[in-house]
Ligand binder design. Structure first.
Ligand code: OFO
Length: 203
């Protein structure tokens, strides 16, 4: 977006990412900035809601795991909960950097009970697949509106979704392998307890 304004001199970038180019000491300058298309800003706000909804779902799953004597699984899901809040925050910070408004939308209540540990991770996988689809649709919108910074941000999320789906599919495969064998589930649950905390500034 372009606009000519009166000013004094110098060139700089404001805190909101606005590039200010001063033409002469005679006082006009041009502001160039990449204010987001409102359709994209709204879609990102929806994605923030989806990420927080993911976080809420995993926190509820962690509570279920705790109540069902699976502390390692509860820990794993808590780490996933933290990771989703970081994803939401990454989108939120992006809106700030583009000088667009953050609109935190209501999130639905998550399910409270599951039939088994396999059932939990099948839900995780289906949920992550739905998030992948949302990211892909958002990326298509960013391409349609020729928003390169958003495309670059979303490339990070596209890679992240590949990793998330693959990780959860691996867990599901292990769980299906051991079936309802108690000692094996006990050992897997201990293994889940070693999941490290996510990096606070995921790159
Ligand atoms: Fe944010 O990746 Fe899962 O939902």
């Amino acid at each position: 977006m372009w606009g000519d304004y009166f000013c004094s001199r110098a060139v700089g970038t404001s805190a909101t990412g606005v590039l200010v180019v001063h033409h002469s000491s005679r006082c006009t300058f041009t502001i160039f900035h990449t204010i987001m298309n409102p359709i994209l800003a709204e879609a990102i706000n929806e994605q923030i809601r989806a990420e927080f909804h993911s976080a809420y779902i995993y926190l509820a799953m962690a509570a279920w795991a705790n109540e069902n004597n699976l502390p390692g699984t509860a820990h794993w899901l808590r780490m996933q909960w933290q990771e989703e809040t970081l994803h939401a925050t990454k989108f939120l910070d992006f809106l700030h950097s583009r000088n667009a408004s953050v609109h935190l939308l209501a999130i639905d209540e998550p399910p409270r009970s599951y039939a088994s540990l396999i059932d939990v991770f099948e839900h995780v996988l289906h949920h992550e697949q739905s998030i992948t689809e949302r990211i892909n649709v958002l990326y298509d919108k960013a391409v349609e509106h020729r928003d390169r910074p958003l495309q670059i941000l979303l490339q990070w999320f596209i890679n992240e979704q590949v990793e998330e789906e693959s990780q959860v599919q691996g867990i599901l495969d292990q769980l299906k392998l051991v079936g309802s064998d108690g000692p094996s589930i006990f050992l897997l649950d201990r293994q889940f307890a070693s999941r490290p905390a996510p990096a606070t500034n995921p790159e």
